[in-house]
Design a protein around this ligand. Structure first.
Ligand code: AMP
Length: 281
């Protein structure tokens, strides 16, 4: 497994792949890798001859009051996991490689970036779209794999690629969960034991909502919300940032469940840790 820490090292490594006409897939990550990330690698390996993983904690997608400085990092552990997963190349840029002095451009995918996580995190998806387009231009992959855990991000990237004719095929990968249902997330390491137990309400609440939709076709979004919020009714130290019922492609609000087209998405603060999850129904 090659490791490129600079743009020059990256392009040297990519040249070798290019000479043999190999198809390259990119998996962008912020590191502190878990089985969810590695599932994207496996998916990428099915679609391409060479898999490149980028590990970059992107300052542009963090708000001023967010956890950029304490975001979990484990480069050594990440490299070991990526090596045993059979990754070909890891790109570990420094902030100044991605955002050199004078950097002033921003990619805005307007409507899709607004609701859900975009409401509480203004500018977040501009940061995501900007870094992803930059990584696409540096790596020039044929395919890129993103997790459905960040469903809104996946839709933003799909729109970016479609709107700007970026020649990269976007592949989505299902959410990987802990055995008890908690969606895997690098931020789960922040949780104390008690918080970990509370955090389970997020996936449980979404599952209960999806089940209620099966029992009651056309369930109203208000009824779905009530079911979801019921999970946290007695919980202290929890704040539901949002619970939304939206059309899964446009992310526009739905008044009631529409079979096969509904995405229930939520973000919840467990103590100081903001966790997200979603379910399609
Ligand atoms: P992150 O490192 O959190 O920026 O995530 C990098 C990529 O991994 C994104 O495409 C995420 O959607 C994806 N990802 C993170 N957690 C999971 C998970 N539990 N299951 C599937 N994909 C995930």
């Amino acid at each position: 497994m090659k490791i490129a820490r600079t743009k020059a090292a990256l392009s040297r490594a990519l040249e070798a792949f290019g000479r043999d006409g190999e198809r390259v897939a990119l998996v962008p990550t912020m590191g502190c890798l878990h089985a969810g990330h590695l599932s994207l690698v496996t998916r990428a390996q099915k679609h391409a001859d060479r898999v490149v993983v980028s590990v970059f904690v992107n300052p542009m997608q963090f708000g001023p009051a967010e956890d950029l400085s304490r975001y979990p990092r484990d480069v050594k552990g990440d490299l070991a996991k990526l090596k045993s997963a059979g990754v070909d190349l890891v790109f570990l840029p420094r902030v100044q490689d991605i955002y050199p002095a004078g950097f002033q451009s921003k990619v805005l995918v307007s409507d899709l970036s607004r609701g859900l996580c975009g409401t509480a995190r203004p500018g977040h998806f501009d940061g995501v779209a900007t870094v992803v387009l930059k990584l696409f231009n540096l790596v020039r992959p044929r395919i890129a794999v993103f997790g459905e855990k960040d469903w809104q991000q996946l839709q933003v990237i799909r729109a970016l690629v479609r709107d700007l004719e970026v020649p990269v095929k976007i592949v989505g990968a299902p959410i990987v969960r802990e055995p008890d249902g908690l969606a895997m997330s690098s931020r789960n390491v922040y949780l104390s034991r008690d918080e970990r137990a509370l955090a389970l309400g997020l996936s449980r609440g979404l599952r209960r909502v999806a089940k209620a939709c099966q029992a009651t076709p056309g369930l109203s979004s208000a009824a779905a919300r009530k079911i979801f919020l019921g999970e946290f009714a007695a919980a202290k130290n929890v704040r539901v940032d949002y619970f939304s019922c939206v059309e899964c492609n446009t992310l526009l609000p739905l008044q009631k469940h529409v079979a096969g087209k509904t995405l229930f998405a939520a973000a919840v603060f467990i103590g100081k840790t903001r966790l997200i999850d979603n379910i399609r129904a």
